[in-house]
Structure formats: structure tokens, C-alpha cells
Design a protein around this ligand. Structure first.
Ligand SMILES: Nc1ncnc2c1ncn2[C@@H]1O[C@H](COP(=O)(O)OP(=O)(O)OP(=O)(O)O)[C@@H](O)[C@H]1O
Ligand SMILES: [Mg+2]
Length: 439
């Protein structure tokens, strides 16, 4: 251990690194001034750490990276360059470079990276967990509470009954609605979701019932409403608890008569739609407070399905975590490992954002966790940065440049997707990239 190969054609950088790492810090340093010299050394000896310049001669640091990794897959390769570009950085990260240091750098900064590489190579007694056969199903969870949910779904699906799905944010309400539709006789017909929370009361009418051209300002063509578009299929009324009191009566009438009259149209039309509604509010309580019509509540609540929050079915966390890891592996090519301590930390968290939050956290960790090992420290870091984001701060820890590089590499340079995974605004990402000298 403590053996390092430095590949650098610039003699002054080479000498500085030797003096610092060998004479001051006690590492056993070997050097190569060209790629061909480096290839010879890599073939002759296995190095745990290689520090290489990117632009050398006719071949580059990326070739060194490849050779070092094929000689010793556990080798940590640290690349350094004064001419970093998005392409080389992404390529280096994709090919498994341990880190990428921009020149000029402070010697302490290089030492910190080398120390991290060393620590990463130490054996750990925090074993990796695995699950033998992940279910092939779309919906994951085998806790008693979820089994109850599946029973309800299987009974409700083939019936024509209206279903009301209640549960906190991110518990899978939309997923359940789609499953009911997909397992019903209407599966070949449209499934039309309407997010009642994001549509203003005045627009909701045309959104649901449609409007003829010219019937109101801005209606420059006929608008087919969701109930008509979903004819013979299913309409999913998401966040139905947000519908304003006045409009609730219109909806009730529709549910009773299954007739629509587009705004501006003299005639009513009959449609055949099944309605599935969902809300993350306690509708019974809204009824008590006279904020939701009781008659509409009963009309919707023919088959109630309650989705339990994740913290009440922690037993499902291992299965869900491994499922999302596998999916991230397929999506980003990052085969992360979840350790025992990491799993413990996941199980202990309260998950205010439920399954969706767990999914986002695993995606993020699959890309960002050091050595792709999701251990306790990585989980606690992720929880920390997610919660400071909720508190309104623009997050990303001290190693943010590294995080940004990794996420960009995983998303193939897709900045919107990267910003989402990093939990920051796209504008913020652009600003940070500019500061990193990447455009
Ligand atoms: N049991 C589950 N198994 C696998 N994935 C799940 C499960 N539950 C939820 N998800 C995933 O979590 C995410 C959130 O689910 P969904 O959109 O259905 O939640 P929701 O209850 O409608 O949330 P909101 O109230 O915020 O609209 C989706 O990506 C979904 O695929
Ligand atoms: Mg939803």
C-alpha cells in the first residue's frame, strides 16, 4: 500500500508531486514522463493509486485510466488537467476515474483526494446486502398493509365502481389508479389523468367538460374535455380534495348522470367513463369542516383504498431499495451496492415524501455514493442535503463539483435530468457549471 504512480510530462509538476507526496507525506512514489513509460510500469506492477495528467502525448490520461483499470480493477485513478472540458470529464467519470482535479491545484487538495482513495481501498466489515429474487411486479411491497391494498385493487378493478384512493404524497396513489384501470375491462381504452390541484377553478370546467370554440376568451378552438376524451375508459381525478366548493356540485351531477355539456354547447352528451379519484388530504375531515360536500364524498368513496405511509411499513424498505437500485443500474449503468449500515439508516428514516422520496434518494445515491457503496454515511448525507433543500436552501455539499460531474456523466450530459437528481434548479446548475469552467 501507499504506492503511487504519477504520470506527468511536465517535469516541474512531477517534481513538486514527488517532493510533496514522497518526502513530506511518506508515500512510495513512482513516476512516468510519457504514456509508453507508464504502460510499461503498469504492466510490470500493480498500483493501488495512479495520478495521471490528461493531455500527455499521442495518447492521453484516459488511455492510462483504461490500462490501470485493466491491470488492477481496484486501482483508484486520479486525473488532473488544466484543460478540462465537459467531454473529457464525462468520459473519465464514466470510465471509473476516482476523481478529476483541475490544474492548478493546491497540494493539500491533491493529498485530500489521495487520502480518500486510500480510505476507499480499506476493507470494511460493513457487508453488502442483496435480495435473491426481486419480484417482477410493478408495485413493490409485501407488508400486510400492502397485501390489503392488493386485495382491494383486485376486487375493485373488474367492477365498474368509483374508487377513492387516499394516502400521503408519494405513497403510490397514481400507480394504484393505473393498476386498477389496467386490470379492468377498460384497459384498451384511454386512461386520462387530471390534476385538479394545478388547474384553476375557472379552467377546470373546460378541462373536464370541454368547451366550444369562442365560448370564452382564449378558446380559439374546440376543446375536448377529459370526460369525453376518456369515453369508454377511465378518468383519474388526482387531488380531488382541492376542487373548489362551488364546482363540487357540478362534479356530483356528472357522477349521477354521466352527461357532459361542453361550455358554449346547447346539447348534453352521454359518456361512459369510470372515475377513480385520489387525494392526500383527509376527505372525511374536510367534510366535517364543511369544505367538501358530503354527498360527493359518498359518491366517490364507493370503494376506498388507503395507502399506508412508508414509515408504517418499514419492512418493505429493503425490497423497495433493492428494486430502485436495480432500476438505476439499468438506467444509469451504475450498479450500486447497499451495505448493512446503509439499509439500517434507510429503515430508520421517517420518509415524509414516502416511496417517491426513497426512489429519488436511491437514484441519487446510485450515482453519487463513493465507490457506489450506499452505506450509512452516504444515506445520512443524502438525507441531510434533501432536508436542507426542503428548508429552502440551495444545496450540494463541499464536494459539489464532483457530484455535478458524476451526475452529468450518468445522465449523458442531460442538464435538466441532472438538476433534478441533484435536487437543485436548472438555473442553479448552469451557474455552478459556469463557475466550474464547464459550459
Ligand atoms: N409500491 C411501490 N412500488 C414501486 N414503486 C412505487 C410504489 N409506490 C410508489 N412508487 C413510485 O413512487 C413514485 C410516486 O408514486 P405516485 O406518483 O403513484 O404517488 P402519489 O401518491 O400519486 O403521490 P402524490 O400525492 O405526490 O401525487 C412513482 O415514481 C411510483 O412509481
Ligand atoms: Mg399523484
Amino acid at each position: 500500500m501507499r504506492r503511487i504512480l504519477i504520470v506527468e510530462d511536465d517535469p516541474s509538476v512531477r517534481e513538486t508531486l514527488i517532493t510533496f507526496l514522497q518526502d513530506c507525506e511518506g508515500y512510495n512514489v513512482d513516476t512516468a514522463a510519457s504514456t509508453s513509460e507508464a504502460f510499461k510500469k503498469l504492466a510490470a506492477e500493480s498500483y493501488p493509486i495512479v495520478i495521471s495528467d490528461v493531455y500527455l502525448d499521442e495518447r492521453t490520461g484516459l488511455d492510462i485510466l483504461k490500462a490501470a483499470k485493466s491491470a488492477n480493477p481496484d486501482c483508484s485513478v486520479i486525473l488532473m488537467s488544466g484543460r478540462g472540458s465537459m467531454e473529457t470529464v464525462m468520459e473519465a467519470t464514466r470510465r471509473g476515474a476516482f476523481d478529476y482535479v483541475a490544474k492548478p491545484f493546491e497540494l493539500d487538495q491533491m493529498l485530500e483526494v489521495v487520502k480518500r482513495a486510500e480510505a476507499a481501498a480499506l476493507p470494511s466489515d460493513d457487508r453488502e446486502t442483496d435480495i435473491d429474487d426481486l419480484p417482477e411486479t410493478e408495485m413493490i411491497g409485501s407488508s400486510p398493509a400492502m397485501i390489503e391494498v392488493y386485495k382491494r385493487i383486485s376486487k375493485a378493478a373488474p367492477s365498474e365502481a368509483t374508487v377513492l384512493i387516499q394516502g400521503e404524497t408519494g405513497t403510490g396513489k397514481e400507480m394504484v389508479a393505473r393498476m386498477i384501470h389496467n386490470n379492468s375491462n377498460r384497459t384498451q381504452q384511454p386512461f386520462v389523468p387530471v390534476d385538479c390541484a394545478s388547474i384553476t377553478a375557472s379552467l377546470l370546467e373546460s378541462e373536464l367538460f370541454g368547451a366550444l370554440r369562442g365560448s370564452y376568451t382564449g378558446a380559439d378552438r374546440d376543446r375536448v374535455g377529459a370526460f369525453e376524451a376518456a369515453n369508454n375508459g377511465t378518468v383519474f381525478l388526482d387531488e380531488v380534495g382541492e376542487i373548489d366548493h362551488g364546482f363540487q356540485l357540478r362534479l356530483l351531477r356528472f357522477l349521477q348522470e354521466k352527461e357532459i355539456r361542453p361550455i358554449g354547447s346547447p346539447r348534453a352528451k352521454r359518456v361512459d367513463v369510470r372515475v377513480i379519484a385520489a387525494t392526500n388530504r383527509d376527505l372525511a375531515k374536510l367534510v366535517e369542516q364543511s369544505k367538501f360536500r358530503e354527498d360527493l364524498f359518498f359518491r366517490l368513496n364507493v370503494v376506498p383504498i388507503h395507502l399506508p405511509p412508508l414509515r408504517e411499513r418499514r419492512g418493505d424498505i429493503p425490497l423497495l431499495a433493492h428494486f430502485f437500485i436495480k432500476r438505476s443500474a439499468e438506467r444509469y449503468g451504475r450498479d450500486a451496492k447497499l451495505t448493512e449500515s446503509g439499509l439500517r439508516a434507510l429503515r430508520e428514516y421517517t420518509w415524509p415524501g414516502n416511496v417517491r422520496q426513497l426512489q429519488h434518494m436511491i437514484e441519487r445515491l446510485s450515482i453519487l455514493a463513493p465507490q457506489h457503496r450506499i452505506d450509512e454515511e452516504a444515506v445520512l448525507d443524502a438525507i441531510q442535503s434533501m432536508s436542507s433543500k426542503e428548508a429552502g436552501g440551495e444545496t450540494l455539499a463541499d464536494t459539489e463539483a464532483e457530484q455535478i460531474r458524476k451526475v452529468l456523466a450518468a445522465t449523458g450530459g442531460n442538464k435538466s435530468r441532472a438538476a433534478k437528481l441533484l435536487g437543485i434548479e436548472r438555473k442553479t446548475l448552469y451557474r455552478k457549471l459556469e463557475r466550474m469552467g464547464i459550459t
